[in-house]
Design a protein around this ligand. Structure first.
Ligand code: GLN
Ligand code: ZN
Length: 758
């Protein structure tokens, strides 16, 4: 019986790779230093898996930045602007593509399926001259072999690679990327030949795009790609790996009929229909890589339940044909529970990070083979039982309140136009009101205050209050209309709330790679969520007391808190979301009672949670939008509810955004104006206030008054004056005061100029 791991985190248990990369980029260490740290990480990962008894250990899942960029390098598909002239691609070209350099910006980055990992999008066109330009896959295989570990080299599959690419600048949008298959397959053949020569007996192609809604010509590309590769693959065992959802029935047929393929990998955690598909027919004599250990979450596997699934699969595909695996690469979970010194023993017994998941996979494989490790299984069963019955997990009042929400709708009583009228009577805002999105610069000094005075709450609170006072004064000087307190007390927009809600836990080292060297540390939602006491009322009412202008209360919305956390797997996501919504609702109502008339509920990550399959979108959007409305359905007409979203591309979900029924929506916009036009038009019909960001806060550049005025004027061509708000496109926390002050000064000046022209 065999065990397999799809892929492993690269950063290291203490983010060793992050620090090595950043020090190299800063010129503080050499390329050799970076290579050494990386080689040490790889070797310890291989050793760990081999010690655990894993049979199919992956290689080439390490990356200095991203596995898709590695594939671009392997294929020599470097966009011409990086000036690469051939030969093996080195750090210079590689990191220029990833991060840009002094003269050329980086390639585009986008989300890897529905994870929080981001990959570098290949830019391809009919003229790309592909060549075998990075031997990394072969080198890693040999490196592991020299250490005594025979690995399964992993490549991004040729079809997924093309389907994840975009047409290069200047190439027509209609250009068929898949037509490049014939040009990249010869390179794949070269790689395969070298791997074979080096002694590889298995090779893994990751083809996760198979879980999406593909058209028949795209499915056809899989058939032709693998039959094209068949002769070069002969003599090798080939695994085609899918993950993140079940493979649609049509794609399942295509996949399991691929020529030259020995094994198929499936996600049995997110792929709720995978089992049925396999029961419906699996090619005889082929291997089934059964991903039963969740690669996307931090929960310990329910080993008994997994074992019974594995046994039933064995009944279908044959005794020696089931390989126990992770549901996807472990890249998307935290690295090692061993380094969690602050979590209590009970909670820790419920968790498994990557290192523990490797052990789980192996224990399951052994058990399936009749060599059950009784101690492991009984400890696992005890932990599962304690999690099920723990009073820390269940709060009946919360369960009841959340269950009661499902059947009914929650909406404010009056429509948005009536509400805006009532609000305007109270707020008396000028036309084209100006505001910001919430945070002001998180300076070193501010971070130091939060860090050093964590234990001395009184002192910290006084120091942070001083920061807020400055922010309020600055906004008054700048003559901004609706103010914010600047969020000095927050390290992070989710962590801040999670720390004050029941049902959340925090790790010390539970980092997950987001992109390049950037990692996030998602909170863990382990129990029913409730709000013991107000979370932001102190800060907002204190700030309001300093000014006669309206002060915006500032909250993170339930969907964003959910999507940026590790979520419990013992109840549906929407139930957890409803619980968070109830907690935020309490906060909204307390803010209102404290005299805050404008409340912003950020839903930065609403779109991120959109499922991979079209058929599942409607259900998600319904409960997500419902959760948002729950938070504010109880406020008076005169209380103005804002929401903010961090992306511009939501043409496809505009109706859901309108259905959120906020009074004012501020959105990121400065990067892609034209896409938003349709959103604007819908907004006009709807009547809510809209604040498309008038400048890009992601760049240190200070926009001029003319530039901002120009932008606002363009918006006014589409939008009525009485619904337009003027604001930057996101919070200002990553900027410096020397950038923020002049930029906001110009924003207000531009607004005043236009007001005189109306
Ligand atoms: N209010 C938050 C801030 O300004 C919003 C951040 C976000 O949209 N990502 O920082
Ligand atoms: Zn934002």
């Amino acid at each position: 019986m065999a065990s397999h791991i799809v892929g492993y985190p690269r950063m290291g248990p203490k983010r060793e790779l992050k620090f090595a990369l950043e020090s190299f980029w800063d010129g503080k260490s050499s390329a050799d230093d970076l290579k050494k740290v990386s080689a040490d990480l790889r070797s310890s990962i291989w050793k760990q898996m081999s010690d655990a008894g894993i049979k199919y250990i992956p290689s080439n899942t390490f990356s200095y930045y991203d596995q898709v960029l590695d594939t671009t390098a392997m294929l020599g598909a470097v966009p011409p602007r990086y000036g690469w002239t051939g030969g093996e691609i080195g750090f210079d070209t590689y990191f220029s593509m990833a991060r840009g350099n002094a003269s050329v910006p980086a390639m585009e980055m986008t989300k890897w399926f529905d994870t929080n990992y981001h990959f570098i999008v290949p830019e391809l066109g009919p003229d790309v001259k592909f060549s075998y330009a990075s031997h990394k896959a072969v080198e890693e295989y040999k490196e592991a072999k020299a250490l005594g570990v025979d690995t399964v080299p992993v490549l991004v599959g040729p079809v997924s690679y093309l389907l994840l690419s975009k047409p290069a600048k200047g190439v027509e949008k209609s250009f068929s990327l898949i037509s490049l298959l014939d040009k990249i397959l010869p390179i794949y053949k070269e790689v395969v030949a070298e791997l074979k020569a080096a002694g590889a007996s298995w090779i893994q192609f990751d083809e996760p795009t198979l879980v999406k809604d593909l058209e028949s010509h795209q499915l056809q590309a899989f058939t032709s790609a693998y039959s094209h590769l068949e002769s070069s693959l002969s003599g090798l065992n080939v695994l085609v790996e899918t993950y993140f959802a079940d493979v649609p029935a049509e794609a399942f047929k295509t996949l399991t009929s691929l020529e030259g393929v020995t094994g198929f990998g499936f996600d049995l955690v997110r792929g709720t229909k995978t089992l049925d598909l396999i029961k419906g027919g699996f090619p005889s004599g082929k291997y089934l890589f059964a991903g039963v250990v969740d690669g996307r979450n931090i929960w310990a596997n329910d080993a008994a339940a997994s074992l019974s699934i594995l046994q039933s699969l064995e009944g279908i595909v044959g005794k020696d044909k089931v390989v126990v695996s992770s549901s996807c690469s472990l890249l998307h979970t935290a690295v090692d529970l061993v380094n969690e010194t602050k979590l209590d023993k009970e909670l820790k017994s419920w968790l498994a990070f990557a290192a523990q998941k490797v052990v789980e996979v192996n224990a399951l494989a052994k058990a399936l083979d009749g060599r059950k490790d009784e101690a492991f299984f009984s400890a696992n069963a005890a932990a599962q039982a304690s999690r099920k019955s723990s009073p820390r997990v269940t709060n009946e009042a919360v369960q009841k309140a959340a269950a009661a929400l499902k059947s009914s709708d929650h909406r404010r009583a009056t429509n948005v136009s009536a509400r805006l009228d009532a609000q305007q009577k109270k707020l008396k805002l000028p036309i084209l009101p100006t505001t910001t999105i919430g945070s002001f610069p998180q300076t070193m000094d501010l971070r130091r205050v939060r860090r050093e005075f964590k234990a001395k709450k009184r002192i910290m609170s006084r120091l942070l209050r001083m920061k807020s006072t400055k922010v309020v004064k600055l906004q008054e000087e700048l003559d901004i209309d609706v103010l914010v307190h600047g969020e000095p007390e927050r390290n992070d927009m989710v962590e801040y709330f999670g720390e004050q809600l029941s049902g959340f836990a925090f790790t010390v080292n539970g980092w997950v790679q987001s992109y390049g060297s950037r990692c996030v540390k998602p909170p863990i939602i382990f129990g029913d969520v409730s709000r013991p006491k107000p979370m932001t009322v102190f800060w907002s009412s204190m700030a309001q007391s300093m000014t006669a202008r309206p002060m915006k209360g500032m909250l993170t919305g339930p969907v964003t808190i959910l999507n940026w956390s590790f979520v419990r797997n013992d109840q549906p996501r929407f139930e957890t979301c409803y619980q968070i919504a109830l907690a935020i609702k309490d906060e909204v109502e307390d803010l209102e009672k404290a005299g805050i008339n404008v409340i912003q509920i950020d839903e930065a990550a609403l779109r991120e949670g959109l499922p991979l399959r079209k058929s599942e979108e409607a259900f998600y959007l319904e409960w997500a939008v419902h959760s948002f409305r729950i938070t504010n359905c109880g406020v008076a007409d005169t209380t103005q509810i804002h929401t903010h979203m961090c992306y511009s591309n939501f043409n496809d979900i505009i109706h859901s955004i309108i259905d959120m029924d906020a009074d004012v929506i501020t959105i990121e916009n400065s990067r892609s104006d034209e896409k938003l036009l349709s959103v604007f038009r819908e907004g006009v019909k709807y009547g809510a206030g809209i604040g498309p960001g008038v400048y890009d806060i992601h760049s240190p550049r200070i926009p001029s008054t003319e530039e901002i005025a120009d932008r606002v004027n363009k918006m006014l061509l589409v939008l009525e004056t009485n619904i337009l708000w003027v604001n930057p496109d996101c919070g200002l926390k990553t900027r410096k005061y020397t950038e923020v002050k002049p930029a906001l000064q110009n924003m207000v000046a531009a607004t005043k100029l236009i007001r005189t022209q109306l």
